[in-house]
Design a protein around this ligand. Sequence first.
Ligand SMILES: [Zn+2]
Length: 65
Amino acid sequence: MMFHKGKNEKDVVCGMTVDANTAISEEHGGRTFYFCSNDCKKQFDAHPDKYAHESSGHSHKGGCC
Ligand SMILES: [Zn+2]
């Protein structure tokens, strides 16, 4: 059984998982972000810092810190 080479990345705009090999990508702040569609990319372009911050790996969901 072969493993697929696909690399999963998160679309930071809508939150769904996308395949880095097929998703739309854009570099921002030295990092590469992936999007499921041009609509998500447009939203990222409109507020790049907001979404780049959300994907930094430190979630503020609980408001604990
Ligand atoms: Zn999306």
